[in-house]
Write a protein that binds this ligand. Structure first.
Ligand code: BMA
Length: 332
């Protein structure tokens, strides 16, 4: 029986999609074309991963994390007709301030991309100095305006909700340190104008029974509005004797008070298993930063970085995912 719960949004008939392989027992399955972006994809960059995409006009657009051959990451724009084959621009995105003056940066990584009303907003990890959340906007993907940093350092994984809630913009973030942060919980903040942020609330903490999320957690793609709550994919990290392992799970947040967690996956949905996830520049990383949704079919395609080297895609169906989350939830 089909559930009555729906994605709030538009139909996306051309969403990249593959049906679940027959007999596959889990709720999330990988795209057979993975990895969709491999080593040395453009002349300046050795690796493109942890990137964000959206439907745009009758195709797709994305902001990509490109790690240069000197090791530093920058943001590049990319376009695709099918969401799988991407043409990434060879020059990094050029930012200007509100007065039209060019602004540079020393690095930028882990972008998220969201449409709010008529504008598109990009959040990323910026150098404030030190890891902090950068925020910018565009209305045409030609001119990019860097806005004020919303929060003080150190912070990462800034993710905006796609609409105001009770008249306020909402930003998820993960307070951190300036290095490889051995802790981290997800909080949210409200703003009337995308400049001044406050009313900070704890959303959820690391830990619980799920050792996969025992060390730290961080928001992934833009939350997906459903009639039952906001669906948030998030990464969770476990600390092993061989280093960090990045998996991802999901939570359902209350529609009107999104710091309230309704369900949360006790087990991961996806963990590094495939060669392109367990082996690369940083082994054992699955790091989701974007999701495309087809509201008509309840289909969701999650884009994730694999091993800090590749871009990959995994699929799920809203009905099946929510039923699984309800039956296997641990909220703490
Ligand atoms: C985190 C971020 C991510 C990266 C992950 C694994 O701290 O820097 O960009 O994918 O580490 O290296």
């Amino acid at each position: 029986m089909k559930s009555e719960i729906k994605i709030v949004g538009n139909a996306l008939p051309h969403i990249p999609w593959e049906n679940k392989p027959t007999g596959y027992p889990y709720v999330m399955w990988r795209c057979s074309k993975n990895p969709i972006i491999g080593w040395n994809p453009i002349p300046c960059a050795a690796r493109i991963f942890n990137s964000a995409v959206l439907p745009y006009e009758d195709a797709f657009i994305g902001v990509f994390r490109a790690d240069y051959r000197n090791g530093r990451p920058q943001l590049h724009l990319g376009r695709s007709r099918d969401g799988i084959k991407w043409q990434i621009e060879h020059e990094k995105m050029a930012w200007q301030n509100e007065s039209g003056q060019p602004v540079g940066n020393s690095y930028a990584y882990d972008p998220r991309l969201v449409r709010i009303e008529e504008d598109f907003y990009i959040t990323w990890c910026d150098d404030f100095p030190g890891a902090s959340i950068g925020m910018g906007r565009t209305c045409d993907f030609k001119q990019f305006i860097k806005m004020e940093n919303p929060l003080m350092p150190f912070n990462r994984n800034g993710v905006l909700f796609p609409r105001k809630i009770n008249g306020l913009y909402v930003l998820l973030s993960r307070p951190s340190d300036s290095a490889h942060t051995p802790f981290g919980d997800i909080v949210l903040s409200y703003s009337p104008d995308l400049t001044y942020w406050g009313k900070h609330r704890l959303v959820m903490t690391r830990g619980g029974q799920g050792w996969w999320q025992g060390l730290k957690i961080g928001a992934g793609p833009t939350p997906i509005e459903t009639t039952a709550g906001w669906l948030l994919f998030y990464h969770g990290v476990s600390f092993t004797c061989n280093g960090y392992v990045y998996s991802f799970g999901a939570a359902l947040l209350d529609l009107d008070a999104p710091h309230k967690v309704l369900y949360r996956t006790r087990d991961y949905l996806l963990t590094p298993e495939k060669e392109y996830e367990v082996s690369g520049f940083v082994p054992n990383v699955c790091f989701p930063c974007a999701a495309l949704c087809d509201a008509a079919g309840g289909r969701i395609a999650v884009y994730y970085g694999a091993a800090d080297t590749y871009t990959a895609v995994a699929f799920c169906q809203l009905d099946e995912l929510l039923a699984y989350m309800k039956a296997n939830s641990e909220v703490f």
